[in-house]
Design a protein around this ligand. Structure first.
Ligand SMILES: [Zn+2]
Length: 136
């Protein structure tokens, strides 16, 4: 999926895992874990793309991820120009890589690779649930 449009696309239609949104509603960010081969997927998948097993379970993504990389997005897709600029980040939560935006209220100069962040759920203007990263 394109993370450029993150938060504006329907997670559920792409992943077929509506429980993801239910967990978000409870303030929890979750991934799916394959009980056959031990791989963890984010965005969550209903089936393992590695061993094709459907034996998946939901695992909570805990606070305290490490910022791996980030990029400032200055140009939004048509229709979402008002969203920019924002900072898109890749965060490693104990081996699970999660893409997302950093809270716009975090000053850019405070964003550094290696910083500890946590994911917090937010409700977007279009009523869709999503999450953003905040310094932990
Ligand atoms: Zn698997």
């Amino acid at each position: 999926m394109s993370f450029d449009k993150f938060g504006q696309v329907s997670f559920t239609s792409q992943t077929k895992v509506g429980a993801f949104v239910e967990y978000l509603d409870k303030g929890e960010l979750r991934a799916t874990y394959c009980q056959e081969c031990g791989r963890t997927f984010f965005p969550p998948r209903a089936d393992c793309s590695w061993c094709l097993s459907s034996n998946m379970e939901w695992v909570k993504i805990e606070d305290g991820g490490k910022l791996v990389s980030f990029t400032k997005v200055n140009y939004g897709p048509t229709g979402f120009e008002s969203d920019v600029p924002y900072v898109l980040a890749l965060v490693d939560f104990n081996g699970v890589k999660v893409f997302g935006r950093i809270n716009k209220e975090v000053p850019e100069e405070q964003i550094t690779v290696g910083m500890t962040v946590k994911a917090e759920t937010v409700t977007l203007a279009n009523e869709q649930l999503s999450y953003i990263f905040n310094p932990a």
